[in-house]
Write a protein that binds this ligand. Structure first.
Ligand code: TTP
Length: 251
């Protein structure tokens, strides 16, 4: 019943215990990142989790007395809107990652950790890359995206660096079932094939390390792979097991 033992690819730097660690939570669509993020938030005041602002993409203020549902129009017409979506999602990530840590973290007695649900890195190496490979982002848009992405990451290099990545992993078929169960209207036409592509992209980046990354530091970020096929929403034993794996990873 419990989760498998974690695969820690390398351990975070433990020589600087008082430094705030910055960690991102990655995994396929509907794998359960938000649920897991809330678990982490509730586990100890040493950890602060910035949740993913999906609602921001569902209501973009156009200042013309209307709001635009960018998530919806992107799924309806991916060729037209994927580039726009990825610029907007990446900017909201960038804003979140650049925010100073919550004040309670500064005085926390233990090892303070800032956790982000996804990152500017998955925006590029999971979504934008997949959408480019599928032809939803064209070659010019991809060149433009990479150009500003690299520039901004170089400018903010230190502040965007991660000390760890938690990878929630489950088979794409299971993610599809969870996606259908939660019934987010915009996602009703998402197909297994798309989740499989995103899964391979996660594996190439976080496990096989075969993605061509443009940031050397990113290749060395320690990854904690967690089995997300288990019921970490309701099963207390499973919950505790996962939390203690995360605790070990951070300490
Ligand atoms: P996710 O970031 O995977 O969030 P989620 O709510 O599915 O996560 P979980 O269930 O694990 O808590 O994706 C939200 C939606 O936005 C999803 O339909 C995919 C889409 N999306 C993109 O198209 N591009 C992106 O860069 C990101 C981050 C999401």
């Amino acid at each position: 019943r419990g989760a498998r033992q974690p695969r820690v690819h390398t351990a975070p730097d433990k020589d600087k215990p008082s430094r705030i660690l910055r960690v991102s939570l990655e995994g396929n669509i509907a794998v359960g990142k938000s649920t897991f993020a809330k678990l982490l938030n509730a586990a100890t005041k040493d950890w602060d989790v910035a949740l993913e602002p999906v609602s921001k993409w569902q209501s973009v203020d156009t200042s013309q007395e209307t709001v635009s549902n960018l998530l919806d129009i992107m799924y309806r017409d991916p060729q037209r809107w994927s580039y726009t979506f990825q610029t907007f999602s990446c900017m909201s990530r960038m804003r979140t990652q650049l925010q100073p840590p919550a004040t309670h973290l500064l005085g926390s007695g233990g090892q303070p950790v800032q956790v982000f649900e996804r990152s500017v890195y998955s925006d590029r190496y999971i979504f934008a890359l997949t959408l480019f490979e599928m032809g939803c982002i064209n070659a010019t848009e991809w060149a433009v995206y990479q150009n500003w992405h690299s520039f901004l990451l170089e400018q903010f290099a230190q502040r965007l660096e991660l000390e760890g990545i938690i990878y929630l992993k489950a088979p794409p078929q299971m993610c599809l079932e969870r996606l259908q169960r939660r019934g987010r209207d915009e996602e009703k036409d998402v197909k297994l094939d798309y989740l499989e592509k995103l899964h391979v992209q996660h594996e190439n980046w976080l496990v096989n390390k075969s993605t061509e990354l443009h940031f050397e530091q990113l290749k060395r970020v320690p990854v904690l792979e967690l089995d997300a096929t288990v019921d970490f929403e309701k099963d207390k034993e499973v919950k505790n097991n996962l939390i203690s794996q995360v605790r070990n990873f951070f300490s």
